[in-house]
Ligand binder design. Sequence first.
Ligand SMILES: *[C@@H]1O[C@H](CO)[C@@H](O)[C@H](O)[C@H]1NC(C)=O
Ligand SMILES: *[C@@H]1O[C@H](CO)[C@@H](O)[C@H](O)[C@H]1NC(C)=O
Length: 198
Amino acid sequence: MLFTTTSALAAAIFAGFVSAQTPAGFTPAVEAKLEVIYGTKATIELGTRFTKAETARQPTIGTSDVALNGTYVWLLIDLDVPSNFQNPSSGPRRTNLHALITGFKSSGQTVSVAGVTNPVYTLTSSSTGPITYVGPSPPAENPPYAHKYVSLLYETPAGFTVTRQQVGQTFGFNLTTFVDAVGLKDAPVRASYLSVAA
Ligand SMILES: *[C@@H]1O[C@H](CO)[C@@H](O)[C@H](O)[C@H]1NC(C)=O
Ligand SMILES: *[C@@H]1O[C@H](CO)[C@@H](O)[C@H](O)[C@H]1NC(C)=O
């Protein structure tokens, strides 16, 4: 039977599924939205489509519901890198880490952006690493294939640092290994994703 749970639980599960900001099947699933803004364009719906040109420079990140008051690390991960560039549909798709930047805190400022109801409380960091932002550049495929780029925001404890070595490889980046290595025990506080095709 499909509905062996109580209807309330089923509804809660369904609501959780619908409101996840991370792509279907991605672990961990995160429900609270991180606003990601490139110029004057934000991630509105799940997987909002952007061009390579639009995403060339590091976006502004923030929240539109409540200002965050901690310190955070932001990651941007491509989930759809072909294992075999000659024949992308032949194998599994892998990850590529496009940014891993520590030290994000509230800027104390907001920006208004089309499509987002409330002003966005922005987060800024004086750091650019340990992995400096690299814009999406998915290869052309036939048929065209839009890569999903997931943003994750983790709260970090006082004195948190990450060495380049702890990040591991960027191509095939393993999130589980990374969070274990640096001791990020709690789930991401915010997430969203966007998509870019060649
Ligand atoms: C930060 O925000 C959380 C959640 O809104 C709140 O519980 C906490 O008291 C705040 N901390 C400070 C230092 O303002
Ligand atoms: C990431 O690393 C964990 C622990 O080493 C491993 O179990 C998992 O399979 C790895 N994930 C990927 C996608 O390689």
